[in-house]
Design a binder for this molecule. Structure first.
Ligand SMILES: Cc1ncc(COP(=O)(O)O)c(C=O)c1O
Length: 374
């Protein structure tokens, strides 16, 4: 049998695979639980799901005239609706299969093997992962203990490595903190592309979207995965200055965003009142969870402007559970899924996505139970 190993790019052969979360039903099967016994608080999805109008639009898709034909490659109707939503010109908007696709496309138009990007960990893992796919160098400029950016370190690294781009999640995942407009303006003075990833902007209530076009090197990314409850349909978008966006259009797969995603996103934009209502409920619950978890012995909870909370787990008041990993595992055994981290600056941390009041009550009850607090 001929070997094909030598046909694969050596840097791809050596690449660490991205570790996505385990599918819900597979995990339920492994735990011996039914899917409805699971409280899924591990991927920052929207516990209220899509808007009823989006679900109705999906149900009304007509097979032959819509599903059987290719989708609009230019996302025309959606870009016009997004223009109203973001107050940006449709010429500056491009849609992708999740904002993940726009991250990938931006890297593909900018990075050649050996080029550098600045990454500011702890942050969203796709930036360094996608840079690896382009055989780019990832220059880490870690955040400080409050998870703020090291502006002097970034400026120095940009100069030293001639870095071409940096991605800043605002609010940042998994730390939950955001970034001021003044800081973004400082970054924009540097000679590289600055991509502000606003996956959680609707929960923060602030956005840099209006600044796109005023600076040649600013891109803003947004998504329907979080606030609009459409993570499963994969639909996000970029707000990109004209000079750059032309290159993204050239290289994107023509039919990248499928019919269902375009229809559901459009209907969501017609139902923002409902969706922003659920965002407000999630924010209320974030405040309640923050207060309740912060009062627990061993828990240090970081302030968050997103739909999740990062908790550092110190000494717990029980002999049965030692540290964040064991707490994460104990929660999983009881059907509560959260995300566990144990890497630099995120030692002994768990991230909890904010659920519905009922889900959060179950979480709190089980945490109390595990810690033997009545
Ligand atoms: C900061 C950040 N950016 C982008 C994404 C990906 O969003 P999408 O589902 O639109 O690809 C996520 C998802 O968790 C995220 O946390």
């Amino acid at each position: 049998m001929p070997s094909v190993r030598h046909l694969v790019r050596p840097d791809i052969a050596d690449l660490e695979p991205y570790a996505p979360i385990e599918p819900f039903d597979v995990l339920a099967g492994r735990l011996g639980l039914s899917v409805d016994q699971i409280v899924k608080l591990d991927a920052n999805e929207n516990p209220y799901g899509p808007s009823p109008q989006a679900l109705a639009a999906l149900a009304n898709l007509s097979g032959t005239t819509e599903v059987a034909i290719y989708p609009d490659p230019n996302h025309t109707a959606l870009r016009h609706a997004l223009s109203k939503y973001t107050q940006q010109s449709p010429e500056r908007i491009i849609c992708g299969t999740g904002s993940d696709e726009i991250i990938d496309l931006l890297m593909r138009i900018c990075l050649q093997p050996g080029d550098a990007i600045i990454d500011c960990p702890p942050t969203f893992g796709m930036y360094s992962f996608d840079a690896g796919v382009q055989a780019a160098r990832v220059i880490n400029v870690p955040r400080n203990e409050a998870f703020d950016l090291d502006l002097a370190g970034i400026a120095q690294a940009v100069e030293q490595h001639h870095a071409k781009m940096m991605f800043i999640a605002a609010p940042n995942n998994p730390t939950g903190n955001s970034i001021s407009q003044e800081t973004v303006e400082r970054l924009l003075e540097l000679p590289l592309l600055v991509i502000i990833d606003e996956a959680y902007a609707e929960f923060a209530g602030t956005s840099m979207a209006g600044m796109v076009g005023q600076y040649p090197n600013l891109v803003v990314l947004r998504t329907f995965s979080k606030w609009a409850g459409l993570a499963g349909l994969r639909i996000g978008y970029g707000l990109v200055p004209e000079a750059l966006i032309a290159h993204l259009w050239k290289i994107k797969q023509p039919y990248n965003v499928n019919v269902a995603a375009q229809v559901a996103a459009l209907a969501s934009l017609e139902d923002t009142e409902h969706l922003l209502g659920t965002v407000a409920q999630i924010i209320d619950e974030r405040i309640r969870l923050y207060d309740t978890l912060s009062a627990l012995p061993g828990f240090s909870v970081y302030p968050s402007s997103a739909n999740f909370l990062l908790c550092h787990i110190g000494e717990l008041p029980t002999n049965h559970i030692n540290g964040a990993r064991e707490l994460y595992e104990a929660l999983m055994q009881r059907g509560i899924l959260v995300r566990f981290y144990n890497k630099p600056l995120l030692r002994d941390c768990i991230r909890i996505s904010v659920g519905t009041p009922a889900q959060n009550d179950v979480l709190l009850e089980i945490v109390h139970d595990i810690l033997s607090i009545s």
